[in-house]
Write a protein that binds this ligand. Structure first.
Ligand code: HEM
Length: 365
């Protein structure tokens, strides 16, 4: 019989390094110099494995999102020069994978919920002050996606930093020095030649939106269900939305905002199909990530009620606040408020510019 476990022959266990992977479920005894100790409770195994699985998924997410950022960012591309069309489906595929992992991350919280709270309490004190708060990969994900430090909750601010090792802090600082995925998306949107395809798009869109607002006001005005006071409130709200659109299209980040509305509005045009699919994947990323935060908070609420977290935060209250307020692509979602139905859209002056190219080539979005 031939030997199959030497270093020169691949085997299932050797390729996957299962000795290492399956050999790290005995927690260190921190009171005895970190030597592995027996599990303090039958369910401690579940607690460890579930966290390890999540960390592996976080690793995969970082791998995919970094690649997506690199393809989309191409920082050397000058303004006005678009990302090659062929990479847009590729980036969309990478994001689709991240979104699928986040969907799984959301649903597999139910596995840890099979552990009764009192079983967790049997070993919870052994973890203190360790916490998911210290998941460096999770922080890397936040930073790579584009969460700004100043947008973190004031109650914790940079507090998580004091709980990390110097090596971890260096990793986070290196991530922070890189372009974030959000910046890559904004740069790509800014390079979309909206004006070249539809000169005066922003002003034309404002007009169409203004007409929409007037029609809405008229419909509400004729509604027998609203009092005169309520009708006035609706009018104020509608003109407020129009003012919001003006700020969106002509204020900070006007270029990416106009590109978002342009791509989402004319998404049926052949050359906008993939850019639109990519933007939908970005919006889904934001949605799935928030759902993950909410799901984790619900699991924690069920597991420990409203106790202080092992990391010292207010626990569920803190987690719910992050789910509500940590937004990376909020502007894309804000843009959704201004979308118009197809019949209301300004007519494209040159739809042929958004058709597929012939074999002779030509400029594309
Ligand atoms: C019994 C199960 C769990 C409980 C009771 C729990 C509880 C908590 C609490 C209270 C916090 C807030 C920080 C603190 O004060 O400690 C937290 C943060 C966190 N937990 Fe969990 N957790 C559990 C399982 C998990 C699992 C399975 C994951 C998967 C990765 C996870 C990932 C995280 C992350 C990433 C944070 C930081 C969130 C942030 O700061 O935005 N936790 N957890």
């Amino acid at each position: 019989m031939t030997e199959t476990t030497d270093d020169s022959t691949p085997s299932y266990a050797a390729y996957l390094q299962l000795d290492t992977l399956l050999g790290c479920q005995s927690p260190p005894d921190f009171g005895a110099g970190g030597v592995p100790r027996p599990l303090a409770h039958h369910d401690e195994m579940l607690f460890i494995v579930v966290h390890q699985v999540y960390e592996l998924w976080f690793k995969q997410i970082l791998h995919e999102l970094t690649a997506a950022r690199d393809l989309l960012g191409q920082p050397s591309a000058p303004v006005g020069e678009s990302v090659p069309e062929v990479v847009i489906p590729q980036i969309t595929g990478l994001l689709g994978r991240v979104n699928e992992i986040l969907r799984l991350a959301h649903s597999q919280m139910s596995v840890i919920e099979t552990m009764p709270s009192v079983h967790f309490l049997a070993f919870r004190d052994l973890l203190l002050p360790a916490s998911g708060f210290q998941s460096t990969q999770f922080r890397e994900f936040e930073i790579l996606a584009g969460l700004k430090e100043e947008d973190r909750l004031a109650s914790v601010g940079g507090a998580y930093r004091s709980m990390l090792s110097d090596d971890d802090l260096r990793r986070l600082d290196a991530r922070r020095a890189e372009m974030s995925f959000r910046e890559a998306v904004n740069d790509w949107l800014s390079r979309t030649p909206v004006e070249g395809v539809f000169p005066g798009f922003a002003a034309a869109y404002m007009d169409a939106h203004g007409q929409y607002g007037r029609d809405q006001a008229q419909s509400h005005g004729g509604s027998p269900n609203l009092s005169a006071g309520a009708r006035r409130e609706v009018e104020v709200r509608l003109s407020g939305q129009h003012a919001d659109l003006e700020r969106y299209l002509f204020g900070d980040d006007a270029l990416p905002h106009a590109a978002f509305l342009f791509i989402a509005s004319y998404r049926e045009q052949p050359l906008l199909r993939w850019p639109y699919t990519l933007l939908e994947a970005v919006i889904e990323l934001e949605e799935r990530w928030r759902l993950f935060r909410f799901r984790h908070a619900r699991m924690v609420e069920r597991m420990i009620g409203f106790r202080v977290g092992t990391g010292g935060s207010s626990g569920v209250e803190y987690l719910d606040q992050t789910a509500m307020s940590y937004r990376v692509f909020g502007e894309l979602l804000e843009g959704r408020s201004f979308l118009l139905s197809v019949e209301r859209l300004p007519e494209l002056p040159h739809p042929e510019l958004l058709a597929f190219r012939g074999l002779d080539g030509g400029d594309t979005v």
